[in-house]
Design a protein around this ligand. Structure first.
Ligand SMILES: O=C([O-])CC(=O)C(=O)O
Ligand SMILES: [Mg+2]
Length: 668
């Protein structure tokens, strides 16, 4: 008899029209050398059940999956499968959805539940669990009856309960842990809570709390999320990727943990960032969670305190660099394409400067990839800059910009600003002259002694006397925009802010470093020093501030306004490459969503409550461009792109797990 233990997923799906059933089988074997014989066995079994067509799907000479279209009911085969097939429901992928167009989801649930899963397992699976919201009928049919307290609740009530519990907790780390556990327990409820209470929850699952969670990762660890690939997996990264339970992965957020937010090298603890970013892909843009894969590449850490921390969970060694590192990343990129296809988006997050720029340059034309810290941050900053101009009533090119910090974010912002000015008809060289960078050594000027300048910084180096201190730079250059992306908390002192207001009616101050402790100044400090006259935005959220009876609402200039929408576009339209134009379009679209009412309270981004609509509009604008440029793979081009994208957005509602004939409610 066929050895079922070599099989993982087994999906029985009903094709409504054809009235046939589809059996999908795929292997879990990391050593695929004997898949040939497994396949042979499988074919034999399937043949016994008069299955008409067995089509092996071969990628790179390796058989990964076998699709079979049986002519007859194959339930007798399926009942022999082990209960591990419960992952099926969640891993049902888009290809199958397209293939099964018009097929109702609950049919799949019905098939899967009834045949393979015990009630207890349904409760333990975060994809299927509804907790106390299972109806009486569902409790009967899935044998959950008795495993839950008798009152049937609703998703709304469950969300209220979660919020009340969170609000009663003593600190944000406890809230982070509770939300993380909720995500493991009941995914729909988790997203419902994040989507309904975005303003309150985002700072918990994202910056600033995620920064603290990363620092304490080893201590608070309970259940793993995402995939850990270490330098010792070099040579078989492909196998590690195969261990991920979902096969239709469309977005990967990857970090090597070397520059987590403004907190520095956190090694393997950086995993909180890909996990948090991908939660926002779903909550803010509606990319289905099953498409998302968080990855940490562990090549060691140079953080001594982590290396000496007894709870640290990463490799206890110094970072591997140079050729070995490069080969490792190369292999990773290739393995992703092999496993998940050329169109799988790979978002680089929180790599150190030197690697971030290099890797972006190396991969941007050959893979579907972007660097969020360079390009996403640039885009959100440009959007804030464009909206600020509606307050200051100036043209973009009438401004002078000082960037404090000259890393990924500042260089990315500068490049995109130049791009935007070019679009206003300003020649590149002239545009660059309006931009000044300040790094740890002071103003970035030509002919810097010792060490020179990187290629990226050199573009913005001015013929100027060196100036060391930021306040002296401000006094001399007299910028209209002061933008901080330095990772140095409190760098914008009261004195600096007062200098800014001394020659600007409405100075624009962006303190973009994350988390809150690294912000260059707080909203309160900026408003107070400038007597409420500055336009302020920050990377991490600050509360509203009342000054002289006027309420100011600081905007959150965080790339979370950009990457979810851009990513949504990429996954729904199959965009193959991500050129800079996309981030320019995203920035313009985002700034257009800012209303005059928002501006009147100083807000240069749309309120976070509108984020799903905003992300969709960004996605539609990006898709329009991608189709024009022949960068989108899904044809025919949808007539109404925004509607098309809206239909694909994930919704945090429980699905009816019953087939129609079991659903009393439906029959009524
Ligand atoms: O994660 C965030 O909040 C924004 C970001 O990319 C960073 O600071 O590295
Ligand atoms: Mg980042």
């Amino acid at each position: 008899m066929f050895d079922w233990s070599t099989l993982r997923d087994c999906i029985l799906l009903k094709r409504r029209n054809a009235k046939k059933k589809v059996l999908r089988l795929s292997t879990t074997q990391s050593n695929i050398s004997n898949i040939g014989s497994s396949l042979q066995q499988m074919v034999t079994v399937i043949n016994q059940f008069e299955i008409m067509l067995v089509k092996p799907v071969v990628r790179s000479n390796q058989i990964r999956q076998v699709f079979a279209w049986p002519l007859v009911q194959c339930s007798s085969i399926l009942t022999q499968c082990s209960t591990t097939e419960r992952t099926i429901v969640s891993s049902t992928n888009q290809k199958e959805r397209t293939f099964l167009d018009g097929h109702k989801k609950h049919d799949k649930y019905f098939m899967t539940f009834r045949r393979f899963i015990t009630g207890h397992e349904i409760l333990l699976d975060r994809h299927t669990n509804k907790g106390t919201a299972f109806s009486i009928e569902e409790r009967q049919i899935y044998r959950i009856h008795g495993l839950l307290p008798p009152t049937v609740t609703t998703l709304e009530l469950q969300a209220d309960r979660i919020m009340e519990n969170l609000r009663n907790m003593s600190d944000d780390l406890a809230r982070y842990i509770a939300l993380s556990a909720l995500q493991d327990r009941n995914e729909k409820l988790f997203y419902r809570v994040v989507m309904e209470y975005t303003q309150e929850i985002m700072p918990l699952v994202y910056t600033p709390t995620v920064g603290l969670a990363c620092q304490k990762y080893g201590l608070i660890f309970s259940k793993p999320k995402g995939l850990f690939i270490t330098i010792y997996d070099k040579g078989h990264i492909d196998d590690v990727l195969m261990n991920w339970p979902a096969r239709d992965v469309r977005v990967i957020v990857v970090t090597d943990g070397e520059r987590i937010l403004g907190l520095g090298d956190l090694g393997c603890n950086g995993m909180g960032i890909p996990v948090g970013k991908l939660s926002l892909y779903t909550a803010l843009a509606g990319v289905a969670p099953e498409y998302c894969l968080p990855i940490t590449l562990d090549v060691g850490t140079n953080n001594e305190s982590l290396l000496n921390d007894k709870y640290y969970l990463g490799l206890r060694q110094k970072r591997v660099t140079g050729k070995e590192y490069d080969e490792f990343i190369d292999e990773f990129m290739q393995a992703v394409v092999k496993q998940f296809g050329q169109e799988c988006l790979i978002q680089f997050e929180d790599f150190a400067n030197r690697n971030a720029f290099r890797l972006l340059k190396k991969y941007r034309d050959n893979y579907c990839t972007f660097n969020d810290d360079i390009q996403g941050t640039a885009s959100v900053a440009l959007a804030g800059i464009l909206a600020s101009l509606r307050i200051t009533k100036r043209k973009l090119s009438d401004n002078v910009f000082v960037f404090y910090g000259a890393g990924e974010a500042s260089i990315g912002m500068s490049n995109l600003l130049v791009f935007a000015m070019e679009n206003e008809g300003i020649p590149v060289e002239e545009a660059r002259k309006k931009i000044y960078l300040v790094d740890s050594k002071g103003l970035v000027v030509k002919n810097r002694p010792a060490g020179g300048l990187s290629e990226e910084k050199n573009r913005y180096a001015h013929e100027h006397e060196p100036i060391n201190k930021l306040e002296d730079v401000i006094k001399t250059i007299k910028p209209s925009f002061l933008i901080g992306a330095s990772g140095q908390g409190s760098a914008f002192t009261r004195e600096i802010l007062e200098i800014m207001i001394s020659f600007n009616k409405r100075p624009v101050i962006f303190a973009l470093s994350n988390p809150t402790s690294k912000a260059e100044c707080t909203a309160r400090e900026a408003y107070e020093a400038t007597k409420g006259q500055c336009v302020f935005a920050s990377g991490s959220p600050f509360p509203k501030y009342v000054y002289n009876d006027q309420t100011y609402v600081p905007g959150q200039g965080n790339n979370s306004y950009i990457f979810p929408g851009v990513g949504l576009s990429i996954v729904t339209c199959g965009i193959r490459h991500v050129p800079d134009e996309i981030f320019y379009i995203a920035a313009k679209t985002l700034s257009e969503q800012v209303t005059n009412e928002d501006l009147s309270v100083g807000l240069v981004y749309p309120p976070i409550e509108k984020i799903r609509t905003v992300s969709r509009k960004i996605a539609a604008a990006v898709a329009e461009y991608a189709y024009e440029q022949k960068l989108a793979a899904f044809y025919p081009k949808p007539i109404d792109l925004e509607k098309f994208i809206e239909e694909k957005q994930y919704i945090a509602e429980y699905e009816c797990a019953l087939p129609p004939r079991w659903s009393w409610e439906k029959e009524k």
